[in-house]
Design a binder for this molecule. Structure first.
Ligand code: GLU
Length: 299
């Protein structure tokens, strides 16, 4: 990568990271992730890093970033400084995106959310079943992938708003043989085969943000020398995309541990709007850091 120097794997201690987004207050699910990363780093003689994933500048705020520091400080988790804040590193993600564009693996995607929805709706109204990704979202239609180069050039020259998407079929062909990742989490373990086709043409940079979660996470994990990614089971399938991007961008691959999720009273994954399980709310009610460890099943 041009912007920063890649750490040498030979001199590396295990490196763990907790990577929250400051688009809401932290809850018990975040606490479990943060505790696990912190404790594994401590137990394995490793480092514990904090990364602020704030590429979505429309939803992330400095106040919510400060709340993350307050909550983690209260939980007595000591992280290394400086903290990497993604919005300070858009250049690094652009370098990676340009590499994929130059390799012919990414194309400009002009459809708005509404247009995409309308295409899917019209197809399903005719009785078809539009394919969906592992998160249940419809795969991106092929219109932009099939758009003639001359038409793309005209739209780009006219300053038409666009995202960049990975041409998944080409990317899979470029990868060649199946890609695997090493998993040690609470679900399926061992060597897991990535299934990139399930995701379709994933977004690499958005029309309203100069990167995407998938692109920035793999770039940052590499630049920060992350050796162990410990995160919630909800991101298990996203690892497929991360493995593919690591391969296409020649980035080292960490090992993965996707942990159980903390569920709400309704049996669903906690959301950031659920005040009762928010760490700040629990703290205000007099809970101690040990209470939080107990509540997430670590004591
Ligand atoms: N920023 C993501 C989240 O808050 C986590 C990303 C990761 O751990 O890879 O859900």
């Amino acid at each position: 990568m041009a912007e920063e120097t890649m750490p040498s794997p030979l001199r590396q201690k295990p490196v763990y990271r907790f990577a929250p987004s400051p688009n809401g207050l932290l809850h018990l699910g975040h606490a479990l992730s943060a505790f696990l990363n912190h404790d594994m780093a401590r137990d394995n003689g490793g480092r514990f890093l904090l990364r602020i994933e704030d590429i979505d500048q429309t939803r992330c705020t400095p106040e919510l970033e400060q709340a993350i520091y307050d909550d983690l400080g209260w939980l007595e988790l000591a992280w290394e400084n400086p903290v990497r804040r993604q919005s300070d590193h858009f250049d690094a993600y652009r370098v990676a995106l340009d590499r994929l564009i130059d390799a012919g693996l990414a194309y400009p995607a002009f459809l708005s959310r509404g247009e995409t929805k309308a295409i899917v709706k019209a197809f399903e109204a005719d009785g078809g079943l539009w394919p969906r990704d592992p998160d249940g979202a419809p795969l991106y239609p092929s219109v932009d992938r099939e758009r003639p180069e001359a038409e793309r050039a005209i739209l780009l020259a006219a300053g038409q708003q666009h995202a960049w998407r990975l041409d998944m079929e080409k990317a899979i062909r470029a990868a060649g043989s199946p890609l695997l990742w090493q998993e040690s989490g609470d679900g399926e373990t061992g060597k897991i085969e990535a299934q990139p086709a399930l995701w379709g043409d994933v977004v690499l940079s958005r029309s309203d943000a100069p990167s995407s979660y998938h692109l920035s996470v793999v770039v940052d994990d590499a630049l920060q020398g992350i050796t162990h990614v410990v995160r919630g089971m909800d991101l298990f399938h996203a690892t497929t995309i991360h493995r593919l991007l690591q391969h296409l961008l020649d980035l080292p691959q960490p090992v993965y541990h996707h942990h159980r999720l903390i569920l709400g009273a309704d049996g669903r994954k906690l959301s950031k709007s659920e005040g009762s399980t928010g760490l700040a709310a629990l703290r205000a009610e007099g809970a101690t850091p040990s209470d939080i460890r107990r509540l997430v099943g670590l004591l």
